[in-house]
Design a binder for this molecule. Sequence first.
Ligand SMILES: Cc1cc2nc3c(=O)[nH]c(=O)nc-3n(C[C@H](O)[C@H](O)[C@H](O)COP(=O)(O)OP(=O)(O)OC[C@H]3O[C@@H](n4cnc5c(N)ncnc54)[C@H](O)[C@@H]3O)c2cc1C
Length: 379
Amino acid sequence: MDFRLSPAHLAKQEEFRSFAAAEITPAVEGFARDNIQKAAARGYLGLPLPREWGGQGEDFLTYILLVEEISRVCGSTGVIIAVHTSVGTFPLLYFGGERQKRRYLPGLARGELLGAFALTEEGAGSDAAALRTTARPAERGYILNGGKMFITSGGEAGLYTVFATLDPSRGSGGICAFLVEKGTPGLEIGRPERKMGLHGSATASLRFSDLWLPAENRLGGEGEGFRIALSLLDGGRIGIAAQGLGLARAALEETAAALISGAIAGGPVKQGVRFALADLYTRLEAARLLVYRAAWLKGGGYPCAREASMAKLYATDLAMAAAARCLDLWGLEGARETNPVARYFRDAKVTQIYEGSSQIQRIVIARDLLKNMHPWEEV
Ligand SMILES: Cc1cc2nc3c(=O)[nH]c(=O)nc-3n(C[C@H](O)[C@H](O)[C@H](O)COP(=O)(O)OP(=O)(O)OC[C@H]3O[C@@H](n4cnc5c(N)ncnc54)[C@H](O)[C@@H]3O)c2cc1C
């Protein structure tokens, strides 16, 4: 058993850390465009894509190290990259036909085209199979009607993987996935949501009004959409777990630095404060092990639904707990809106909600556990 990252992973981690420190600026409003352009120029928007499609051919763990390091500086940029990669680009890589891949993957890999994933609707969040957006078969294609809400990079993305049903009475079996380009007639993007956190990540609703799509824009077979959506969630959740890890680190490292430098007043660091730091750091290391292990499983092609959910649950809950506890340690300085830890606090809260809330992760873990108590003996 070897708990170290490989020399190649360590080199990449160092590269991402230096890049994030030198070039990523915390984005506090609008859309983190500059950060995304800088990351794209380095090939980071196609990091785990095969070279034949214009990507960097790196493994899944390397991509996770990238999301962690970027999120350590800017959670908004972290989620834009994570969503673009895990659920914006992978659907095409895994389920796209040759023509679809040729048309979109190189642009996605270069970051010229940003990918988005449009599943959630009013009344269909955790219970995604209840979605009501319809896809009616029509001349040489489909006509979409309905709407989506809280879509990351809504309005900024060039390509949306949209889930719609042929017939709501068929439940998950009627759902199809479609590729919808920005600018398609019948697609209307709502105003950006004003969120409590992740202010540099645009989130918007989508409306489809008699939006016609050619049949070649269907991803996978008819009725395969729900399976496609579910199969992407493991990777998506590990990406958000890495975002949580980056945010937890940010809160802890900056608070520790402020204690060392005296920026947090109060004289010598008190025992209670030391204990709080020790507990959080211990949990941070536990989170790191969960996240990297889940990424390693995913990269190796092993089943990892439970591990992805455990990593997401633990790392995002920790991000929230670490930011909250660290803010306490800052005293009144923690109440300033401009305090970076206050930003991590607001960003962390959102990570507990998307890609499946913490409650949904617990459901996945328990369901898997009750099927098979000892999965760790299998890998
Ligand atoms: C900033 C942001 C970005 C997002 N980006 C995207 C995106 O790019 N694409 C996309 O498709 N969606 C996106 N979402 C939507 C997100 O995935 C949903 O918000 C999430 O799935 C939860 O759904 P909901 O908000 O409808 O909550 P609900 O499903 O209504 O849940 C409400 C509460 O009930 C709990 N709950 C629900 N069911 C159960 C159950 N069976 N047992 C116990 N508790 C339960 C939940 O945990 C939650 O606490 C985004 C959301 C946010 C906040």
